[in-house]
Every structure is written in structure tokens, then in C-alpha cells.
Design a protein around this ligand. Structure first.
Ligand code: FMN
Length: 355
């Protein structure tokens, strides 16, 4: 396998294995996409990425991380997203969206003000916020309410409706955000989920909400289109979620219609010691791929064309997701192709810069 090989999942052809990793832009009002999102996501499609994923897009208003998050909790959001999905498609990229609920990390501030700090209602924040239990991320965080079984059903239905709206907007790929300490992860991880009902306790119970969300999304999301799942493959904390749990989860969700596991990590507790370094999460993608027999995505400090090619070429993962490197350079895929001596199609408007 090569970085610039095209490939297929279900009925969809991807032009290469480079994915724009979801990145919150904190630039929406009332969840609406705007010119910023069009230009930001659009330039990365022009830059040659095979797939462009939106930032974490809230399935419920109360599930936004900050008041400025992108959302898809109402039909009114569809129109602006349609323009973006169409532009990405016109420029050869698969338009994808990441569906999310922040759980106990909701109603917090944008990074350029007081990142992670609660936002008051006067400043556009909201209460209550919800999690699997009534314990907050930190003692200083807003303390959440534990979702009732009816509340859980509401979240599962919100994911289905969001998937239907994503389809209406022209997206061709949905990624469920089950990572980084947000709501789904707050159910998966034993560090947070101490519920005693059918949504807590055993591995089977802690993973139930995710299986139900996958089934619910699949009811709205056509068979012909791919569904991806981002997880934190490990909590990096004693007593937390492990890579073995991730492999077991991947085996469970594959028959439910998940095509690819995007293997990130961490985020459920503030004190985890994460050995951040080049490609530090890639071994998770490799193990899940080999041991669960499912496609995987590697993410985390992938920055050079040679490194990305090596991950794909040695079969550690099926796609690479890049975040910060694609903020530094939206044309990274065009440059990577040159560095790896691959002939790819440039946007015709930019042809004169090719040689
Ligand atoms: C500005 C910014 C916003 C991010 N927002 C999201 C997000 O909305 N959803 C998500 O799953 N990860 C998010 N991430 C994490 C990235 O997708 C990625 O997993 C992480 O940055 C590691 O990749 P990198 O080393 O290539 O940056 C964000 C990262 C950055 C830098």
C-alpha cells in the first residue's frame, strides 16, 4: 500500500490515504457553518487531501464543547454545510463530518480565552450539562448530571438525526467521536463510568451506548457509505480503558457497520501521563488493525511524507490523519506527492506552480 494509492470503502473511492483530522475552529454562532469553515476546509481539499473531516459537530446544542462549536442539531444547519460538502467534493476530497457530544466537557471556553474553563450563562454557556455520572472532569469544572435512561435514548436519537442531516447536506462519510474524554468516552472508561444500570459496570454495559449509537446512525446512514469511529485507544492511566478493550470494541462494532477505527488516545482524566512523540499513537492503529481485522487510521504527530508513507507502506494503518501539520500547510499533500515522486492531479488553477 502507498500513501497516494486510491482505495475504496463500500461504494466510495478515496483518491489517497491522507485525511484532514477533525479540528475545532471555535468560529460558529449558534452552530452554523460560515465562510471560515468553507475556506478552511475548502483549502485543504484544494491542497490534495483525500478526505476532509469537519470539526466535532454537535448533535445537540448542549453537547457543544464551547458556544462557538459547529453544530448539526437542527435542520437549519444543513444549508451552509451543503455548500461546504459540495465544494470539497468538487475538488476531489471525500466530504466527511465528525458527529460529537461533549458530555462533561460542554459549555467551556474557547482556547484563545480561557481554554476548558466553564462559560457562564451570561457569556453564552448553558446548564445543565450531562455525563455518564454526576462527576465532573475536574473539581473546578461544571458538575454534570448523570443521564437518565430516557436521556441516553435522546442522545442516541440525536446521533441518528444528525446522520440524516449530514446525508442531506451531501456528506459522504460520518465519523462518530468516541474519543478524548467526551460523552461516549465518559461511558466507555471505567475511570468515569461507575453507573450500576445496564449502561455501566461491565465492559458489555459500558460499551452499550456506543453500540446503540452506531446502530442508530446506521439506520439513517446508507449502506453504500462508510462509517468511521474515533476512539481513545487507551486512557494511559492505571485502571482505565486499554488497548485490549479497544480491540474487543472494534470486534463488536465492525458487524454493526463501522468500517474504520480512528485510533487516538487520552482525554478522559486531566492527569494522564501521555508519552507524546512522533507517531506515538500509531501502534494502537496497528494492533487494532491486526487483531480485530478492521481498517484503521493512525493519528498523532505525523508530519513528514516519509513517515506517513512508512505507516501505510508497512501496513500499520489504512489511512493517516493529520491535524496540526495541515494547519501549518494546507498544501501538504501536494508537497508530499512531490517528495515521494508520485504523479498526482493538481487543481488546474494551480498547475503553473507544479514544476
Ligand atoms: C485546533 C485543534 C482542534 C482539534 N479538534 C478536534 C476535534 O474537533 N475532534 C477530534 O477528534 N480531535 C480534535 N483535535 C485533535 C486532532 O484531530 C488530532 O487528533 C491531534 O491534534 C493529533 O494530531 P496532530 O499531531 O497531527 O495534530 C484537534 C486538534 C487541534 C490542534
Amino acid at each position: 500500500m502507498n500513501l497516494f494509492d486510491s482505495f475504496q470503502i463500500r461504494d466510495l473511492s478515496f483518491r489517497n490515504r491522507i485525511v484532514v483530522s477533525p479540528m475545532c475552529e471555535y468560529s460558529s454562532e449558534d452552530g452554523f457553518a460560515n465562510d471560515w469553515h468553507l475556506v478552511h476546509l475548502g483549502s485543504r481539499a484544494v491542497g490534495g487531501a483525500g478526505t476532509v473531516l469537519t470539526e466535532a459537530t454537535a448533535v445537540l446544542a448542549e453537547g457543544r464543547i464551547s458556544p462557538s462549536d459547529l453544530g448539526i442539531w437542527k435542520d437549519d444547519h444543513i444549508e451552509n454545510l451543503t455548500r461546504i460538502a459540495r465544494f470539497l467534493r468538487q475538488h476531489g476530497a471525500i466530504p466527511g463530518t465528525q458527529l460529537a457530544h461533549a458530555g462533561f466537557k460542554a459549555s467551556t471556553d474557547v482556547p484563545w480565552r480561557h481554554q476548558g474553563k466553564p462559560v457562564s450563562i451570561a457569556e453564552g454557556g448553558w446548564r445543565p450539562i450531562y455525563s455518564s455520572t454526576a462527576k465532573g472532569f475536574t473539581p473546578e469544572s461544571i458538575q454534570p448530571q448523570a443521564l437518565t435512561v430516557e436521556g441516553i435514548a435522546g442522545v442516541i436519537e440525536a446521533f441518528r438525526l444528525a446522520a440524516r442531516r449530514s446525508l442531506d447536506a451531501g456528506f459522504e462519510l460520518v465519523e462518530i467521536h468516541g474519543a478524548h474524554g467526551y460523552l461516549i468516552h465518559q461511558f466507555l472508561s471505567p475511570l468515569v463510568n461507575t453507573r450500576t444500570d445496564r449502561y455501566g459496570g461491565t465492559f458489555e454495559n459500558r460499551t452499550r451506548i456506543l453500540r446503540e449509537i452506531v446502530e442508530s446512525v446506521r439506520r439513517a446512514w446508507p449502506e453504500r457509505l462508510p462509517l468511521w469511529l474515533r476512539i481513545s485507544a487507551a486512557d494511559w492511566t492505571e485502571g482505565g480503558w486499554t488497548i485490549e478493550d479497544s480491540i474487543a470494541l472494534a470486534r463488536q462494532v465492525k458487524p454493526l457497520g463501522v468500517d474504520l477505527i480512528d485510533a487516538s488516545s487520552g482525554g478522559i482524566v486531566p492527569h494522564a501521563k501521555i508519552p507524546v512523540g512522533p507517531g506515538y499513537q500509531t501502534p494502537f492503529a496497528e494492533r487494532i488493525r491486526k487483531e480485530a481485522g478492521i481498517l484503521t487510521g493512525a493519528v498523532g504527530m505525523i508530519t513528514s511524507p516519509e513517515q506517513a508513507q512508512q505507516i501505510i507502506g508497512t501496513g500499520q494503518a489504512d489511512v493517516v490523519l493529520l491535524a496540526r501539520e495541515l494547519l501549518r500547510d494546507p498544501y501538504w499533500p501536494l508537497r508530499a506527492a512531490r517528495a515521494l515522486h508520485k504523479e498526482i492531479t493538481w487543481p488546474k488553477q494551480y498547475e503553473r506552480a507544479r514544476i
